[in-house]
Design a binder for this molecule. Structure first.
Ligand code: HEM
Ligand code: HEM
Length: 178
């Protein structure tokens, strides 16, 4: 059990699997978003990449809820961050969690209130409505923008881990997640 749970000097197997597994899935999710933004509608690569955006986004939503619950269960045992930079790191992680929940949640909410509905890997979750619920469609205006903000925060997070901790400070912050 010890290696599954987090320890004060190292994240456990569950946290590490969720962290790196979700990092790979986020890379795929942003690839589909970038293709959607950059390529013309009729482009075959854009269509292929866009085909998984909703299913993968909903999967990431479920995974972040699981990860949040596991993180809270382990909060007393997790590696601690001290000092001002440490406090900033904690704040950065809270922002990451907030956006990882809000970005897919607003899109799923919009799908629930829309005339198209939503199916998860072919299983109907939200049936298509005859008329859309107007207020559910408002938040969706922000889905793409908030998604890109999440992408920027992730870039900052990776830069802090690799450039600041690994190359400048040369501390154990990266190795405790590997
Ligand atoms: C963490 C999960 C998600 C991330 C990071 C994400 C990211 C993004 C980004 C960055 C865009 C903008 C693309 C552009 O500028 O063309 C976008 C658009 C879109 N996403 Fe997601 N998405 C996620 C989950 C979802 C889910 C769960 C759904 C469907 C239920 C969805 C449906 C859409 C749709 C239909 C668009 C195009 C229209 C719009 O901007 O609202 N996404 N997404
Ligand atoms: C190359 C990519 C990445 C690297 C090198 C990296 C590195 C790290 C490191 C070293 C930590 C531990 C920090 C500490 O203990 O203070 C960490 C934690 C964390 N990372 Fe990343 N990360 C990467 C990608 C991502 C992505 C894509 C996300 C989310 C979208 C993410 C979200 C988080 C969160 C929320 C934490 C806090 C611990 C947790 O609850 O999992 N990381 N990361």
């Amino acid at each position: 059990m010890a290696t599954l749970s987090d320890q004060p000097n190292h994240y456990g197997l569950v946290t590490r699997t969720l962290h790196w597994g979700m990092a790979a899935l986020f890379a795929a999710q942003f690839t589909s978003a970038a293709a959607h933004w950059a390529l013309p509608r009729e482009n075959a690569l854009r269509e292929a990449l866009w085909g998984y955006h909703g299913n993968l986004g909903a999967t990431l939503f479920l995974l972040v809820l699981l990860r949040g619950v596991w993180g809270l269960m382990n909060i007393q045992r997790r590696p601690r961050n001290s000092g001002t930079i440490g406090q900033a790191a904690v704040a950065g992680h809270v922002v990451l969690y907030a956006l990882m929940v809000i970005v897919p949640a607003v899109r799923l909410l919009a799908a629930a209130g829309s005339t198209r509905g939503f199916s998860y890997f072919g299983i109907p979750v939200f049936p298509a409505r005859e008329t859309a619920i107007a207020w559910t469609q408002v938040a969706v205006e922000w889905h793409g923008e908030m998604g890109w903000i999440l992408g920027l925060v992730i870039v900052g997070h990776i830069a802090m881990a690799i450039v600041w901790h690994q190359l400048v400070k040369r501390d154990d912050v990266l190795t405790r997640m590997t």
